[in-house]
Design a protein around this ligand. Sequence first.
Ligand code: NAD
Length: 369
Amino acid sequence: MKNYTIALLAGDGIGPEIMHEAVKIFRLIEERNDVTFTLIEADFGAAAYFKCGHPFPDETKAICDEADAIIKGPIGLSHEESKKIPIDMQPERGALLPLRRRYNTFANFRPVSLPKALAHFSPLKPEIIGEGIDLVMVRELVGGLYFGDKEVGVNEKGLRYVKETLEYDEEQICRIMHEALRLSMRRKKVLHNIHKSNVLKSSVLWNEVLEEVAVEYPEVEIKHILVDAAATQLCLNPGQFDVMVMENMFGDILSDQGGGILGSLGLMPSACKGPEKSYYEPSHGSAPDIAGQNIANPYSMIGSVAMMLEDSFGMVEESKNVWTAMQSVFADGYSTPDLSKPGSGVKMIKTAEFGDKVVAALRAMPAVV
Ligand code: NAD
């Protein structure tokens, strides 16, 4: 029997609610397979700051260091609430970026997927959706503006100023390109490179390195597209994309747009891969506007479990079963309120009911032997 230790960081806002549903899935996977999961809860984010004085306490670091993988809920507070925390202790700066840096989780995979049968969830017209949406955004996660040196002060004119640095070296670009190209080889062998080389020199180097690395993958067709044009094309013709590779900030923004074209950020799970450890999280934030109401969509969190099963533990078939179980809840006509607006014909259920229905659907499937 295999045992995996998983650090469980529930986070803020809707985090604990959707993590609760993820735990149900871990427990059922144990019942169905020759595996046990030791789930160790740890404080992380704003809640950790208020409880322990730091958003990424040393105890949490130790738990994550020992874990085989990490599952993380969203963190953060509303704009107003954030002001209660000193700027460097705010959840992203004080916890999320340090987590990414600690495990060097440079490759972030964000599937943007909606089968044709669920096209009604999308705000896009059926003729634009065509056969459905199925693409993966590959986002560089530990470089660029978010990690560069920062300077804040008053300049010689007496004006407040800020300076933030966007830095990449060729090795950082090279490794993310290999990830994106390898993924393209497993999919349709078309890679869209998202850049801004008409303005940014970082994009010029980005493109140069891609051309060098792509030589090793001659079967993959590379298509270059400026990030602003890519934003438009995601709305007008998402079917042209299969794998998209982009730097950190572009990926942060475009992947939220990905959630938008699906109809909800609640459909956006992700995997953040480092050389030795990976962590898994929904792409979205803590949704303070709906927290505490048991109405958040747990698909993103359960999907992150499915990604962990496949990527960290090699449980490929069981991971597929989890995706199928989630899709079957939608196919039966149910969803949380983000995707069951009045008049949509979709039956509205709560977060916990969604989780229970996924559990029931998965339980009904033959176990993988
Ligand atoms: P958000 O992603 O939390 O919410 C945007 C909108 O999407 C809201 O209307 C919300 O209700 C909805 N939404 C998000 N997830 C949903 C789900 N699972 N089900 C149903 N609806 C969902 O973005 P925001 O409001 O701009 O940010 C809130 C906080 O989250 C901020 O503090 C921000 O910094 C933080 N944040 C954290 C992460 C992370 O932990 N990785 C990522 C993005 C934002």
